[in-house]
Ligand binder design. Structure first.
Ligand SMILES: C[C@@H](C(=O)O)C(=O)SCCNC(=O)CCNC(=O)[C@H](O)C(C)(C)COP(=O)(O)OP(=O)(O)OC[C@H]1O[C@@H](n2cnc3c(N)ncnc32)[C@H](O)[C@@H]1OP(=O)(O)O
Length: 231
């Protein structure tokens, strides 16, 4: 049986693939458990389905014609696969939603100019100009870091969803974290089926990066408001 934790090394991945889908070769095993695989036959890759990987989790990336042989290169993600482990999870969830990279940490601030100046002039970060997002009731400034972003948030309009937060936290503070997912609708469906974490939006909205986003209730996520963004 396979799980994301189990597929921690190229050897594990090759063993698993060799066993479950003969005729496929693992090119590399990415840190998130995704496999890059090749096969001379497309159907061999699709055969991975028999090993609890949905067809939608297999993306054909490239088709190469080398020395008269056609090679299919695919990305096989285990992120949305159902639990298929059994004691070999190595600390990973087997019912994973496929959380990806940390996209940003959002900080609500009562004074956007002052906060931008601290990050730009004192802390030496690259800071974007402010952008009003009326559909979200916020003005945002992005502080670009090497590995992620900080999103400075200030209320826009009279009904801003961050106003109550600022009323409670007069100096501002960390408002939410945003984590990337590959397919937001699958993520929402998964959460609705699971039922223990409320999704705050009936339909995904378009977020600050022009991509679909939803928010998850902080009371169901250990006191942290979580935004999921499709990438
Ligand atoms: C542009 C976009 C993007 O990045 O793409 C954005 O950022 S938009 C960023 C702004 N948009 C959003 O935040 C949308 C999602 N937010 C919401 O739907 C709302 O703000 C809620 C999170 C549901 C809270 O709304 P509600 O009116 O219920 O306020 P409330 O003050 O009564 O909160 C209910 C309970 O949740 C807690 N609570 C509220 N906001 C919280 C937060 N940010 N982090 C952690 N806990 C929080 C409160 O302390 C309270 O706990 P106690 O009951 O224990 O006192």
């Amino acid at each position: 049986m396979v799980s994301r934790g189990y597929l921690a090394s190229l050897k594990d991945a090759s063993d698993w693939l060799g066993f479950h889908a003969k005729g496929c070769t693992v090119i590399t095993c990415l840190p998130d458990g995704t496999l890059l695989c090749s096969s001379t036959e497309r159907f061999r890759l699709i055969n991975l389905m028999g090993s609890k990987v949905n067809q939608s989790n297999i993306r054909i990336l490239n088709i190469l014609d080398l020395f008269g042989n056609v090679f299919w290169i695919a990305r096989v993600s285990f992120g949305l696969a159902e639990s298929c482990g059994g004691g070999e999870t190595g600390g990973y969830s087997t019912l994973a939603l496929a959380l990806g990279r940390l996209n940003h940490v959002a900080i609500a601030t009562p004074d956007l100019k002052k906060a931008s100046a601290v990050y730009r002039d004192v802390l030496g970060a690259q800071v974007s100009p402010p952008e009003d997002l009326p559909q979200h009731g916020v003005t945002v400034v992005f502080v670009n870091l090497n590995n992620t972003k900080i999103e400075l948030l200030h209320p826009y309009g009279n009904a801003s969803p961050i106003q109550k937060f600022l009323d409670k936290n007069k100096d501002g503070g960390i408002h939410h974290i945003c984590v990337e997912v590959e397919d937001i609708q699958s993520a929402v469906n998964h959460l609705e089926q699971n039922g223990s974490v409320r999704v705050l939006d009936r339909k995904p909205k378009i977020g600050a990066h022009g991509k679909p986003v939803v928010f998850l209730h902080p009371k169901d996520c250990g006191g942290v408001l979580i935004e999921l963004e499709q990438v």
